[in-house]
Design a protein around this ligand. Structure first.
Ligand SMILES: NC(=O)c1ccc[n+]([C@@H]2O[C@H](COP(=O)([O-])OP(=O)(O)OC[C@H]3O[C@@H](n4cnc5c(N)ncnc54)[C@H](O)[C@@H]3O)[C@@H](O)[C@H]2O)c1
Length: 331
């Protein structure tokens, strides 16, 4: 499927990954963003203000009437709207309603209006801690959080629509993604922005647990390219695919890479209690993405951290003020 001159709906398009996806899609298409701005930000899409090819709808994926209205005349849906992992610890029902029920409602509306393709952006959290590495798409689902379980439900609904109705849908499973616009605030705060903020303020990074847990950190440009390539690949219909860097980095190593790049190797991390349900090991096998649609990630963790720090410094942010609002245990 050629991604040009189409009408595209991106749910969660004002969020971190969604806004980067919208940046790419708007180059040759018309885009509708559906976002309730619970974690998404106007500033992530402000540079498109006045673009006649972008319509922003403030609304909820649980609103069935709204879904009925906005899926009319849409060619492709990229479904990214989500309540995050840490929110799922305190608000499991809301997480279920948005991530699982919201996905089902959107599938139903998309099928009813003959949307030609449905891309569900899932998460490596569906796997839980690795039983073997690298983790391919056949790795069992053993989510450790309600968030991960709700993403499994979203995946299974998406693929069930393909099996039951022959609906052209697919699942893309990004691993931990970082880069410009990733969240540093409150319950949404991610590990890389949080480490950067603390170190810029001369404070040691705080690691939950012993720091030996690993993630396959993937730069947002690579994640978005993977989503776009997958969505154009006909062989992906009815399939799931990993999108990741394909390298394993421990949280301890991540803290030292960031400290080194900020010239603060003297700041040794503090270790605090583990986050409930924390996955201990993630490392992706990305050979399916390479085989099916030629996906090869570009950005190593060191380069990605450098780009993120450059971006952060170019913003009008005060690191001190941002840290003032920090909640150490942000779940
Ligand atoms: N960031 C990562 O490391 C990562 C890794 C793997 C998968 N993912 C997946 O990528 C997608 C995007 O994640 P992100 O990191 O950009 O998160 P994000 O929080 O920045 O984006 C989610 C967006 O969904 C919106 N939203 C939340 N509830 C909504 C609702 N009820 N109705 C409409 N919009 C709603 C938020 O306002 C936000 O803009 C998610 O589906 C997530 O599961 C993210």
């Amino acid at each position: 499927m050629d991604l040009r001159n189409l009408n595209i709906l991106v749910t969660g398009g004002a969020g971190f990954i969604g806004s980067h996806l919208v940046d790419e899609l708007l180059k040759e298409n018309r885009v509708v963003i559906l976002d309730d701005f619970s974690s998404g930000k106007r500033e992530n899409i402000a540079h498109h203000e006045g673009n006649p090819n972008l319509r922003v709808v403030t609304g909820d994926v649980r609103n069935r009437e709204l879904l009925e209205e906005i899926t009319r005349d849409i060619d492709i849906v990229y479904h990214l709207a989500v309540r995050c992992l840490r929110e799922s610890i305190g608000s499991p029902e809301t997480t279920h309603e948005v991530n699982a029920t919201g996905t089902l409602a959107l599938l139903k509306a998309s099928l009813a209006h003959s949307v030609r393709r449905f891309i569900y952006v899932s998460s490596s959290e569906v796997y839980g801690t690795a039983h073997y590495v690298p983790m391919d798409e056949k790795h069992p689902f053993e989510p450790t959080t309600v968030y991960g379980a709700s993403k499994v439900a979203g995946e299974l609904y998406t693929l069930a629509y393909q099996k039951t109705f022959g609906y052209p849908s697919m699942v893309v499973r990004p691993f931990n993604t970082y880069g410009p616009r990733s969240h540093f605030e409150g319950v949404y705060g991610e590990v890389i922005p949080r480490f950067v903020l603390r170190i810029l303020n001369g404070k040691p990074p705080i690691i939950f647990g012993d720091g030996t847990q690993t993630r396959d950190f993937t730069f947002v440009a690579d994640t978005v390219r993977g989503i776009l390539l997958a969505s154009q690949c006909d062989a992906m219909i009815g399939q799931a695919v990993n999108i990741a860097r394909g390298r394993e980095v421990s949280i301890n190593d991540l803290a030292s890479i960031i400290a080194q790049q900020l010239g603060r190797n003297d700041l040794s991390p503090i270790h605090e209690r583990k986050r409930p349900g924390d996955v201990m090991r993630h490392y992706a096998d990305i050979s399916k993405a390479t085989r099916l649609f030629g996906f090869v990630p570009d950005v190593d963790i060191e380069q990605g951290i450098t780009s993120y720090i450059e971006w952060f410094r170019a913003q009008d942010y005060s690191a001190g003020e941002l840290l003032d609002g920090e909640r150490v245990f942000n779940w």
